[in-house]
Design a protein around this ligand. Structure first.
Ligand SMILES: CC(C)(COP(=O)(O)OP(=O)(O)OC[C@H]1O[C@@H](n2cnc3c(N)ncnc32)[C@H](O)[C@@H]1OP(=O)(O)O)[C@@H](O)C(=O)NCCC(=O)NCCS
Length: 174
């Protein structure tokens, strides 16, 4: 049975902001490398959704998808297709997050399958992304057919320590 993926509008995000904040907050405290470092407060997590994602959703060029369990958001991903005029065929996969308590249930895979369906509907034929080298997301993307372009050393600081980590740049032609 396929896992239902929901399309989140700006109004829905505003209403359910704390649920999205909870997923981000829990993932970062668990060590997810998604742009933040600890200490990372719940208010900062809310601020990300309110100040960065809500305006982008209202502006257009961004698709926000989510998965619910028990009436709560437990996983989410974004397709950023607000690309320059010379890249109307490309989009970026952003902020793939599954709450640590809900992992290995196929939620990330279901989110990616729906995200790719949406990208194709927008006539986007190239998806790009980056992910910390060695993270669990790498086998996820590889199993979905994403190719590794290369690795940039010292790209980002580890979420929980001062260590600098490499990132892997990946792409998929749809
Ligand atoms: C990466 C992440 C999104 C995976 O979410 P998930 O819902 O647990 O993933 P799924 O259950 O859909 O698993 C899909 C595939 O991902 C890979 N995968 C997921 N978790 C893994 C793990 N712990 N070890 C190895 N491979 C893993 C596997 O290939 C898996 O396929 P399989 O179950 O058939 O072996 C989740 O671990 C997460 O939120 N991590 C922190 C945030 C992050 O790193 N996001 C990516 C930013 S680019």
């Amino acid at each position: 049975m396929s896992i239902p993926v929901i399309d989140i509008s700006a109004d829905t995000l505003e209403l359910r902001l704390s649920e999205f904040a909870e997923v981000l907050h829990a993932a970062v405290l668990d060590g997810a490398s998604v742009g933040f470092i600890v200490p990372f407060s719940f208010a900062e997590a809310e601020g990300f959704w309110r100040n960065r994602i809500l305006p982008a959703l209202r502006e257009g060029g961004l698709i926000l998808l989510a998965i619910e369990e028990g009436g709560r958001i437990v996983g989410t991903v974004q397709l950023d297709y607000n690309t320059p005029a010379n890249q109307p065929h490309r989009a970026e996969v952003r902020k793939m997050l599954v709450h640590p308590a809900y992992r290995r249930k196929g939620y990330a895979r279901a989110l990616m399958v729906e995200l790719e369906r949406r990208a194709r509907a927008l006539k986007r034929s190239l998806l790009t992304l980056d992910t910390r080298t060695g993270d669990k997301a790498e086998p996820l993307y590889a199993s979905l057919g994403y190719e590794v372009t290369g690795i940039i050393p010292d790209f980002c600081r580890d979420t929980l320590s001062d260590r600098l980590d490499p990132t892997t740049i990946m792409y998929k032609r749809l």
